[in-house]
Design a protein around this ligand. Structure first.
Ligand code: ADP
Ligand code: MG
Length: 255
């Protein structure tokens, strides 16, 4: 960090960022709180939660429906924002909890790949175009992004389905396309929200093997899941209940 940059922030913040860099922490959430309001009713989805995630860690987040798992992933990935004065989030040494949406969108594009429970493919784009989408946003040239999309579709075994629209693909195929899209710009962190929840065994096994490869490549993986096959890959399993972390287990055999 330059001295000039250091002058622009207070000492505590500069020390914090130095610590994150020294300890290779890619994500830090401190005292995070998130409420949703529906009319007069307020739901506390995340209640004063702190978490640190190191580069290359494979984290599984478990917990009953409504516990706050999706909200946690969305906050850490910068898809959703904390309450005002609801804590801080650093990603790759950058305080994303203070960022404006426009810069946050660019930051997300480069740093995080998202895999959602319901795939979230763009319904009017083909499989190939869905995979190309983040690359085009990132400014990659058309031919290059198409070449890479073809490679990724091949990797997930769907090269023959390039021209298919999402509704012409099975659930498992859609999720595989969504995974290819998440890998499109080769982001260092992958978030996946119950990625195998609605899928057949064969696709779940395929995803498990792919996630194992990503782990071996040194990607940081943050997965909300109850799937034993994915839990087996975890370095750390965090249990979530009623908007709080209630337990944390380190899986020594995976370290
Ligand atoms: P999980 O993924 O563990 O099932 P969520 O993070 O989706 O849990 O939800 C946590 C709580 O926040 C739930 O009570 C849920 O109803 C509420 N919630 C989540 N998203 C919203 C939203 N957009 N608007 C209102 N309430 C929400
Ligand atoms: Mg959820």
């Amino acid at each position: 960090m330059t001295e000039k940059k250091k002058e622009l922030m207070n000492d505590d913040e500069a020390d914090e960022i130095l610590r994150l860099m020294k300890e290779d922490i890619v994500l830090l959430g401190r005292k995070m709180t998130k409420d949703y309001s529906i009319g007069d009713y307020i739901v506390r989805a995340i209640d004063n939660v702190s978490i640190e995630i190191k580069n290359g860690e494979f984290i599984v987040i478990m917990g009953p429906s409504g516990a706050g798992k999706t909200t946690l992933l969305n906050l850490l990935g910068g898809l959703d924002s904390l309450n005002e004065n609801g804590g801080v989030i650093y990603s790759h040494g950058v305080k994303i909890s203070d960022m404006e949406e426009e810069s946050l969108a660019t930051f997300r594009l480069i740093n995080s790949g998202f895999i959602f429970q319901n795939y979230n493919l763009i319904s009017t784009l083909t499989a190939e175009e869905n995979v190309m989408f983040p690359m085009n946003l990132s400014g990659m040239r058309f031919n290059e992004s198409r070449e890479r999309a073809v490679k990724l579709l091949k990797k997930i075994g769907l090269q023959e389905r390039r021209e298919h629209l999402p509704f012409q693909l099975s659930a498992g195929e859609q999720q595989r396309v969504a995974i290819a899209r998440a890998l499109a710009v080769d982001p260092p962190v992958i978030f996946a929200d119950e990625p195998t929840a609605n899928l057949d065994k064969k696709t779940s096994n395929f995803i498990r093997d792919l996630f194992k490869d990503l782990k071996d490549l040194g990607k940081t993986m943050i997965i909300a899941t109850h799937d034993d096959k994915l839990i087996d890959l975890a370095d750390r399993v965090i249990s979530f209940e009623d908007a709080k972390i209630i337990n944390e287990e380190i899986n020594v055999s995976n370290k």
